[in-house]
Design a binder for this molecule. Structure first.
Ligand code: NAP
Length: 524
């Protein structure tokens, strides 16, 4: 049997006895490569190497880090069809999705490489000395962002490329100057190992310190826990369930030295349909929202799991149209039997709640691991009284809440848990009448969308992907786009430090030609 190993820095390693296989959900069979879970000894080795590499890596220039990221791009692209094949065999996702996600992964790498080449992201701030100031002299102070240290990143099940081994968390942390240890997602260990091999090749080619990147496998939660508990780990990136993210957050905050956990977790992404819009556009809305609910078998963190409207004939006809549309969609395969198991379990729990009505459920036979899309409805009062109905059902599922009036709609929005996104569907003419609704929604989300759907996360600097808890553990940061680098740095000041010993970013003659705030003025 072929075996998959851990990368402890540049070295492949398989010291343990615990092994596991990945699973092909489309064929409903196990794949044939056997992966070795990392042992405590291997975890310690990876962290020790990571600490050692940090001493050097934190001083590597932006230009050289950009070369490293560009080399990762080249090495990932060189993996060719082998990467696409293993991705599909471990996720059940189609080739086009694999290629699209690969494109996103590459564009993220390139964006961070450009950010590093330009260099101003460190927010260099200089206040020159005023030795003659009275009554006390002012010292020379110079501040910039510096890396935190070794970071642990958890691969996400629903993004085997763009939010896993060389995904957004890893790339932003490497760009910041932090070594990364990946806790690979067990469902796609093979995809992870292949991408890890590309990162290691790139690190060697660009002469990065050994230990700047490690990839550890495991099929149970203990490796992740040991990593987060390790005193030399300084921050954590996570995408997944609220239970998983919260458990890691609690572990990190109970350490002798608490560390930040940037977890992106559950979100039901409410869509609010205002009265005029539902009256005039019911059919089109139903098609668009049905496509968004079923996109990627509902396995996106921005999937619309909640639709809010005012009860009446117009909303009833929208619900009917949505139900008609959604059962027309051919069911698709979920990522893994565990994910479909959770989908069925959480859906059944919602279906058992008092006062709900099932409006649509795909009822023909489906293959193993295929999800049946479902739409249910409930009255606003019942929704308000039952927090179970506020929970994420990860998959092609949505709940339509029929609110008594605008006041109840506003109350419901204000009682929602934190969300990644909120959407307002409205006619332009009615917007100004519902400012209370819009303000209430803005208070619960990280991104507000007008007349669109929440799925489809553009990767660009102005994207906010994060929101009030439990959408993410820290709503001040984004997990997507170049500003995600800010999660892995801290501000650091030098006082009266000799110019030749300052980092280039803060030297008097600005050798990197970056934009800096000098004595209150932003200058090049
Ligand atoms: P998950 O269960 O949260 O697992 C993600 C990672 O965290 C895995 O590597 C897992 O380790 C680790 N983990 C989970 N619980 C942990 C704990 N208590 N302590 C330490 N580590 C822990 O997510 P998943 O495997 O991707 O899918 C499970 C469910 O999460 C889905 O069915 C879905 O409901 C939800 N989910 C939500 C989103 C979203 O964007 N909202 C995305 C993905 C998943 P091991 O796998 O090694 O045990």
């Amino acid at each position: 049997m072929i075996t998959g190993k851990n990368y402890i820095g540049n070295q492949l390693s398989a010291k343990g006895t615990k092994t596991y296989l990945t699973f092909n959900p489309l064929l409903n069979i196990e794949n044939d490569t056997c992966y070795y879970s990392a042992t405590q000894e291997e975890i310690n080795e990876a962290v020790t190497l990571s600490v050692k590499s940090f001493k050097e890596f934190k001083k590597v220039s932006g230009i050289r880090k950009a070369e490293f990221l560009n080399a990762i791009t080249d090495e990932i692209l060189a993996l060719g069809d082998e990467l696409i094949q293993i991705y599909c065999s471990e996720s059940g996702l189609p080739k086009n999705r694999a290629k699209g996600e690969l494109g996103r992964t590459i564009s993220q790498l390139k964006m961070f490489a450009e950010l590093l080449k330009e260099g101003s992201w460190v927010q260099a701030t200089i206040d020159t000395a005023l030795p003659d100031r009275s009554p006390i002299s002012k010292p020379d102070l110079r501040k910039m962002l510096v890396p935190l240290g070794p970071v642990v990143v958890f691969g996400a099940s629903n993004f085997p490329l763009a939010y896993s081994t060389a995904g957004g968390d890893t790339v932003s942390a490497l760009a910041a100057g932090c070594p990364v240890i990946i806790k690979s997602h067990p469902m796609h260990a093979g995809t992870g190992e292949l991408v890890a091999s590309a990162i290691i090749k790139a690190a060697k080619k660009t002469d990065m310190p050994n230990g700047v990147f490690s990839n550890l496998n495991s099929s149970g939660i203990e490796v992740g826990i040991q990593l987060v508990e390790h005193p030399d780990i300084k921050a954590v990136g996570f995408t997944g369930s609220i239970q998983g993210g919260r458990a890691l957050y609690d572990i990190a905050s109970q350490r002798d030295e608490p560390i930040p956990v940037f977890a992106e977790m559950g979100s039901i992404n409410p869509i609010v349909i205002l009265p005029e819009a539902v009256k005039t556009r019911s059919e089109n809305l139903a098609k668009t929202i049905s496509n968004s609910i079923t996109l990627g078998t509902g396995q996106f963190c921005t999937n619309p799991g909640l639709i809010l409207g005012i009860q009446g004939d117009s909303l009833n006809s929208f619900i009917q149209n949505l139900s008609d549309e959604i059962v027309k969609v051919e069911p698709t395969c979920m990522l893994h039997p565990n994910i479909i198991g959770n989908y069925e379990k959480n859906k059944d729990k919602a279906l058992q709640q008092k006062g709900i009505t099932v409006k649509a459920e795909y009822d023909s036979n489906v293959d193993a691991n295929y999800a049946r899309q479902t739409v249910i409805t409930v009255l606003g009062k019942t929704f308000l009284e039952n927090s179970t109905l506020h929970q994420e059902v990860f998959g092609p599922f949505s709940l339509v809440v029929q609110c008594k009036d605008i006041s109840q709609l506003e109350t419901i929005i204000s009682k929602l848990e934190g969300q990644l996104t909120g959407t307002i569907i409205a006619d332009n003419s009615e917007l100004s009448r519902y400012t209370g609704i819009i303000e209430a929604l803005k208070n619960r989300v990280g991104r507000i969308i007008f007349n669109g759907v929440p799925t489809g996360v553009e990767v660009c600097p102005s994207m906010q992907h994060g929101g009030p808890y439990p959408a993410s553990t820290d709503s001040r940061f984004t997990a997507v786009g170049i500003h995600s680098i800010k999660r892995w740095v801290r501000p650091f000041s030098f006082q009266n430090w000799p110019d030749h010993l300052l980092p280039d970013e803060l030297k008097n003659n600005n050798p990197l030609m970056i934009s800096r705030l000098v004595d209150g003025k932003q200058i090049m």
